[in-house]
Design a protein around this ligand. Structure first.
Ligand SMILES: C[S@@+](CC[C@H](N)C(=O)[O-])C[C@H]1O[C@@H](n2cnc3c(N)ncnc32)[C@H](O)[C@@H]1O
Length: 249
């Protein structure tokens, strides 16, 4: 293992090796996959649906464009993309097999399977040829990556020239009073809802901590620019609880 691989990264609020983070994230998403969609609705009071729709609407996807839903989870983003394209041009990739199996089942039930390809792989080593995609989307997955800089480089490899990376992620809430309410809600209610619905308090404590230790809006902008993306920007959604980040190859 190289020195770079031994560098410590945040897993929740603890610093661990990249491999330990990868294993920890894998174990959490295997545990939460069963109730993933229900918990998203409960924790965000359904607002994640609106955030995700605005995320995809803002991308201005053309009917024949190749799109990658990376860290696809159960396929919320792929489903929205499938409504914008005509052919089989939607790729779902996630490192967690249980999540991808849920996405497959759901796409069959909800009628978008025929537009999709499914892959189990990590963002740090994508199973695609260089310059394959017009758009790469990551929704609420990036903060879990064990090698954020490496993944940005790898995504750039698979983007076409002029192709765009779009990341929707939790970020730093704006305004002192609002942030206090948000902190109270997330530290107290999210783990409790998680415990009541799934019996797994720890995974939801990880969720809250992983949001707090993730790069804020400006730090994300620097990560994009350092990785060589052009025209980088971000837009706060819901007072910065969530931010939409964009860059072009
Ligand atoms: C919070 S879920 C988001 C799922 C979906 N995109 C959504 O918005 O509902 C995060 C997903 O990221 C995946 N993930 C975490 N680290 C990853 C990595 N390094 N490469 C690929 N997928 C990863 C997890 O397996 C999980 O399915």
């Amino acid at each position: 293992m190289s020195t770079k691989d031994n560098q410590k990264v945040y897993f929740g609020d603890k610093k661990v090796t990249k491999q330990n983070k990868k294993d920890g994230v894998e174990s959490i998403f295997t545990k939460v996959s069963e109730n993933y969609d229900l918990m998203n609705d409960l924790m965000s009071a359904g607002m994640h649906r609106f955030w995700k729709k605005s995320f995809i609407d803002a991308a201005n996807i053309k009917k024949n464009e190749n799109c990658l839903d990376l860290a696809a989870g159960t396929g919320d983003i792929a489903k929205l993309i499938s409504k914008k394209v005509r052919g089989k041009t939607v790729y779902l990739c996630d490192q967690n097999n249980e999540m991808i199996e849920k996405a497959k089942e759901r796409s069959l039930n909800e009628g978008f399977y025929q537009k999709c390809f499914f892959d189990v792989s990590s963002a740090e080593k994508l199973p695609y040829k260089k310059e394959t995609f017009d758009h790469v989307f990551i929704s609420f997955g990036f903060r879990n990556f064990s090698d954020k800089k490496g993944s940005l480089k790898e995504i750039k490899r698979v983007l076409k020239k002029g192709g765009k990376l779009h990341i929707l992620e939790f970020s730093k809430s704006q305004g002192e009073n609002f942030s206090k309410i948000y902190d109270f809600y997330s530290y107290n209610f999210i783990p409790t809802i998680g415990d009541l619905v799934t019996g797994d308090r720890k995974s939801y404590e990880y969720l809250v901590k992983s949001i707090r230790t993730h790069e804020d809006q400006e730090a994300m902008l620097s990560l994009f620019e350092d990785a060589g993306y052009l025209d980088c920007d971000y837009k706060n959604i819901f007072k910065g609880i969530v931010a939409l980040h964009r860059g072009t190859k």
